[in-house]
Ligand binder design. Structure first.
Ligand SMILES: Cc1cc2nc3c(=O)[nH]c(=O)nc-3n(C[C@H](O)[C@H](O)[C@H](O)COP(=O)(O)OP(=O)(O)OC[C@H]3O[C@@H](n4cnc5c(N)ncnc54)[C@H](O)[C@@H]3O)c2cc1C
Length: 395
């Protein structure tokens, strides 16, 4: 949809990080991934302002697209059978904008369930699985001599079987900065106190993040966030659906950000809608419903992955995981362990985790053969950080 946008981001300072060649990562089951270099998957790493700036710039190059700034949508216009526009407010001025198709992309705080009820539709079924994850994030100047080299992304993931789960990540981003995010589930949350940040990092399952921050200079204060629950609205199951309206991205489902799925799913939803609109006229009765159902497919795949892990935390869900879900979670653990020391299995695992392939890929020979024959290489119990990398952070 936006050709060359990744290249444009990289030209503006974003990094394409090789998974796992440029990463030092400890999996939820406490296994360190080996830094295999021949796996094709990449992480795009940059700040959100850079991402939004490049995307907005790129989109607004299309002369058909107009951006209305400082404008809030207040309600949908139309009936339970068809949405015909939105009521908006810009400053003190309210008006109605007519539309053939209204797309709700207003994120996890969407008001669409209420707006649809206001039009006379029934309440949408919703589900929340909330591991109670709190985030604390602080920006640092890239310490020591790390700015001069491609320093790896460092990640210590929380272990759901040892609540409270605590984890953290160092993301080297543009302008020689590190975004450092620490997180913890109920009873193990990080705080907004600047002085407690490094101690929390040192208290993780492995202290590597705290150690690397020893000589790092912070830029600004710690910021916290609790918008991390997995929340899903099952629009695709509604018996009645109006023409002229769809919801996309986080407005359908938001995930625990720890899994890094949100942007990919939002993009996959948009592609699914594009495919429907190629075969069905925008204004034909039933097109919006078809598009909403198509958008639910990528949502379902990401949802199952995120909830499969998070439902294991105490109090996360009103319906705790059943036997099959627990069995699957244990199988995923085995896949992670296998991928940690075998590059083919790692590629299969990443195909699923990055939403390129369905979870059935975890049962392919690339995964099953190394799983059954056992690891050729020893599982790592220490972070695979080179001495030179460690020293670069400290000097
Ligand atoms: C702490 C955190 C870290 C994350 N990290 C990652 C990550 O590393 N990788 C990843 O892929 N995803 C990540 N995510 C998830 C990602 O941010 C979302 O999945 C993604 O932004 C969803 O895009 P969206 O367009 O659906 O909604 P949003 O990006 O939330 O955009 C919604 C927009 O709608 C506007 N809006 C809301 N209501 C109205 C209204 N009534 N009228 C007008 N405008 C309105 C909002 O101001 C906002 O600009 C993270 C999320 C959080 C909270």
């Amino acid at each position: 949809m936006l050709p060359n946008v990744v290249e444009m981001l990289v030209a503006s300072g974003a990094r394409l990080v090789r998974i796992m060649g440029d990463m030092v990562s400890r999996a939820p089951n406490e296994v360190w991934f080996r830094r295999f270099e021949n796996v094709p998957h990449r992480n795009l790493v940059c700040s959100r302002p850079l991402l939004d700036h490049v995307l907005t710039d790129r989109v607004l190059h299309d002369p058909r697209i107009r951006l209305r700034e400082n404008t809030t949508v207040l309600a949908l216009d139309g009936t339970a059978k068809a949405v015909t526009g939105v009521q908006v407010k810009t400053g003190d001025t309210q008006e109605t904008l007519r539309a053939d198709l209204v797309v709700d992309a207003s994120g996890r705080g969407t008001s669409a369930p209420r707006w649809l009820q206001d039009l006379g539709l029934p309440a949408v079924e919703q589900r929340e699985v909330n591991a109670g994850v709190a985030y604390a994030t602080r920006l640092y100047k890239a310490p020591g001599s790390t700015a001069a080299r491609t320093f790896p992304l460092v990640n210590v993931q929380a272990n759901p079987s040892k609540a409270p789960g605590r984890g953290g990540i160092i993301l080297p981003i543009e302008d020689d900065r590190w975004i450092v995010t620490l997180c913890g589930t109920r009873g193990g949350e990080p705080t907004a106190e600047n002085d407690a940040f490094i101690d929390f990092a040192l208290s993780l399952g492995d202290p590597v993040i705290g150690e690397l921050l020893k000589n790092a200079e912070p830029i600004g204060d710690v910021k916290t966030s609790r918008s991390t629950a997995n929340t899903r609205r099952y629009y695709e199951k509604m018996k009645a659906w109006p023409d002229g309206f769809i919801a996309l991205g986080d407005a359908i489902a938001g995930y625990n950000p720890v899994y890094g799925h949100g942007l990919s799913v939002a993009a996959q939803c948009a592609l699914a809608v594009r495919d429907v609109l190629r075969d069905h006229p925008l204004t034909a009765p039933g097109t919006a419903r078809r598009a909403q159902r198509a958008a639910a497919r990528p949502v379902g795949a990401a949802w199952d992955l995120a909830v499969g892990q998070d439902a294991l935390y105490p109090g996360a869900s009103a319906t705790p995981p059943n036997r099959v879900e627990r069995l699957l979670a244990r199988y995923v653990d085995r896949c992670v362990e296998t991928g940690a020391s075998n590059p083919r299995a790692l590629a299969a695992l990443l195909d699923v985790m990055s939403l390129l392939k369905p979870p059935t890929r975890l049962f392919s020979p690339d995964m099953l053969v190394p799983m059954l024959t056992g690891p050729k290489m020893k599982l790592l119990t220490e972070p695979p950080l080179t001495e030179a990398e460690r020293e670069a952070a400290l000097r």
